[in-house]
Design a binder for this molecule. Sequence first.
Ligand code: ADP
Ligand code: 5GP
Length: 192
Amino acid sequence: MFHCQYTGKLVILSAPSGAGKSTIVKHLLKTFPRLEFSVSATSRAPRGTERNGVEYYFLSPEEFSKAVERGEFVEWEEVYAGTCYGTLCTELERIWSKGNVIIFDVDVKGGIRLKEIFGDKALSIFIMPPSIEELRSRLIGRGTDAPEVIERRIQKAETEISYCHKFDRIVVNDRLEEAVEEVTTLIRDFIG
Ligand code: ADP
Ligand code: 5GP
């Protein structure tokens, strides 16, 4: 069981890749000064302009396994074959010790797991794409993934969508401004 010296609230945003959760999180961080992004650890190498401690804590696969063995993760998962991601206990302590609310951008399994761990301390929101076709066109438009990676993400999305009922709230990201508004209201009600 996870123990932390400090505790506080947390907001979990999960979605199939390409549904727009990073875009929505960026807006939320501007609106809520008390909201602080939980930086996950990953065993993959940095891409492009990614910096250690900003987008992720980049660990080698060996370092990641050692941290798992030492019980340093609240939750972790092999999100893609051979690539692990997880939330370090020290990251939660870092944010809660400042009296801030944690915002998570994790995959659907991770989001469900975090909600199970933190219960009423957590608000979990599923960001739903308007359709699979729109999800595909957003992934193509984002231009960060090869066609076969996009197809893998789409296949995964279909399974992920079938778990949406496990979240406290579902917000459809059709028109971005409306989705941001809806999520903002949910968070305002939750953190007060
Ligand atoms: P995720 O973090 O869920 O993988 P992103 O936030 O990277 O998704 O969004 C995927 C792509 O879709 C980005 O290019 C983003 O600009 C675009 N996008 C996000 N929300 C919308 C929307 N409501 N309508 C159209 N395009 C969107
Ligand atoms: P990438 O950044 O490599 O494109 O994708 C990362 C994927 O892993 C996304 O689906 C993201 O939501 C998920 N992810 C990031 N951090 C964590 C984490 O700490 N735990 C879990 N379970 N998933 C994570």
